[in-house]
Design a binder for this molecule. Structure first.
Ligand SMILES: *Cc1c(COP(=O)(O)O)cnc(C)c1O
Length: 485
């Protein structure tokens, strides 16, 4: 009936009650309960109505849909009672992809989390004395070792300053994420007072973390100095008054200013802060414990570099370059960290035992110099040749009459706001399909199980195996072969 009106089509749909009475669903109702099945039936009928309204279903389509409606209700139940959060294969080449969960955890991290999660632990209990303990001790002890090691070389040599004393008494506390760390630090060190920041660093990160907003929520007054592209140490100095509580430097992360720019060397700020007896804090964003120069990335200060240069407090994320769980870390001068710990906000922002477990295992990998164990570090250090060899192997098995799979040079991105302009050379699989657009191919890859997330660039679908675990290469091959059918 080509001319059937929408009203006629709607009338052909059964009611929820009619559906629930159908013998095909009797067993499902017995198994899943009447309410779940009614919910699923409502949702399936709702989708059919939407399809009719959008003129995507004619009389034949409605008949076909109705013949399989009990199956659709069962699938709907399976979906709504299944997990929504699920693993995907990251073939984007963005190592720290915020939308894909940033850093994958090491095997030891999740084993340690599982042990801490599935039973009781000494989270806040001193087993030796039998008394109440502190949750911080589990990771503070490791950060002390990692950050006090004099091996960290400052990329900001400051000839005008005597070598800063090695940072002894560096303490570290953990909160929910770096946004929380900045909030806690500002509120503790500068509530009711002024914080001096360069205009060029008033950045927004990840769409919702805006330095000026965090300032006002921390109850501090922002004192902007300099211009967007140029700020000199004299600008900071001129802004200091009796209400100044803190000098703040912020890593610009995903944002870069090129051309005519000027920023004081960290040594100059350290000198000013000492002279005026005001603490200096640096929001590193993606602080790292390894030397980024090992990736050919220059000019990115590590956590140790900043502390050794004389910065009093640094804040950074746990799940960016550190390669651990979501967390915000504050490391710095013992007395300042102790004040943050005593702030009641710290209690509200603290993290649970799972985060401590994952962090402890990740930090131990650094102490043992076992960088290969931390997936994000391993992926960043993969060479173009290693990736190229795997890409060849995938392409050999995935080529078909319907797909051209080429291997081309390209670039991976670290992500997470680290070193915004830094890219890592890689080899990419470029999939060019017969009669399908790049968007259609990438949608099909996302529809595979587990979903494969690729990049689309200049009409081509690009897969970067840098961020694909080698044991997932088979799933990529299978998905490409399946598409060719
Ligand atoms: C990423 C980032 C943040 C926010 O860190 P989260 O851990 O995502 O809360 C804050 N500051 C800078 C400079 C960043 O790069």
């Amino acid at each position: 009936m080509p001319g059937t009106s929408k009203a006629d089509l709607y009338r052909q749909l059964p009611s929820v009650d009619e559906l629930l009475r159908s013998p095909e669903l009797a067993f499902t109702i017995e198994r899943e309960g009447r309410d779940s099945v009614a919910d699923a039936a409502r949702s399936v009928l709702g989708s059919l109505r939407t399809e009719i309204a959008a003129a995507r279903l004619d009389a034949g389509g409605v008949r076909l849909a109705l013949s399989g409606i009990s199956g659709a209700v069962e699938r709907q139940i399976g979906q709504s009672l299944g997990y929504s959060l699920r693993p995907v294969i990251n073939a984007t080449g963005v190592v720290l992809h915020t939308n894909l969960g940033r850093a994958p955890l090491s095997l030891s991290a999740w084993e340690h989390m599982r042990d801490a999660a599935s039973g009781y632990s000494n989270l806040e209990f001193d087993v030796d004395t039998g008394e109440r303990g502190e949750r911080d001790v589990h990771v503070d002890r490791l950060f002390r070792k990692l950050l006090s090691d004099a091996g960290g070389q400052s990329p900001f040599p400051s000839p005008s300053l005597p070598a800063p004393p090695p940072p002894t008494g560096i303490a570290t506390i953990v909160v929910n994420n770096n946004a929380a760390a900045v909030l806690l630090a500002l509120n503790t060190l500068a509530e009711g007072g002024e914080v001096v920041v360069s205009r060029g660093e008033l950045v927004e990160i990840g769409g919702s973390f805006r330095i000026p907003d965090v300032m006002s929520k921390s109850q501090v007054t922002l004192r902007e100095v300099g211009t967007t592209n140029r700020t000199r140490v004299a600008d900071y100095e001129a802004a200091i008054n009796e209400k100044t509580r803190l000098l703040l430097r912020v890593h610009r992360s995903n944002f870069q200013i090129t051309g005519f720019t000027e920023q004081p060397a960290i040594g100059e700020l350290v000198e000013l802060a000492r002279k005026r007896n005001i603490p200096l804090m640096e929001d590193l964003g993606s602080g790292s414990l390894f030397d980024l120069r090992s990736l050919g990335v220059n000019g990115e200060p590590g956590i140790r570099d900043s502390l050794h240069a004389g910065v009093n407090v640094v804040s950074y994320s746990g799940d960016k370059l550190l390669g651990g769980p979501q967390a915000g870390l504050l490391s710095g001068r013992g007395d300042l960290i102790a004040r943050m710990r005593a702030n009641s906000l710290f209690r509200a922002l603290r993290v649970d035992k799972l985060t401590y477990a994952a962090l402890e295992a990740t930090l131990l990998a650094y102490l043992k110099q076992d960088h290969e164990a931390v997936p994000a570090l391993r992926m960043m250090h993969l060479s173009k040749d290693e990736i190229g060899k795997r890409a060849e192997a995938v392409a050999d098995k995935a080529r078909s009459s319907r797909w051209a799979v080429e291997i081309i040079d390209g670039e991976s991105v670290i992500g997470g706001g680290a070193a915004p302009s830094a890219v890592l050379p890689t080899r990419l699989l470029a999939v060019i399909g017969d009669g399908l657009t790049a968007d259609e191919i990438s949608a099909r890859l996302r529809a595979s199980d587990p979903p494969i997330i690729a990049r689309v660039e200049e009409g081509r679908v690009l897969l970067d195996l840098r961020t694909v675990f080698p044991e997932q290469d088979g799933a990529v091959i299978a998905a490409l072969q399946e598409m060719a059918r």
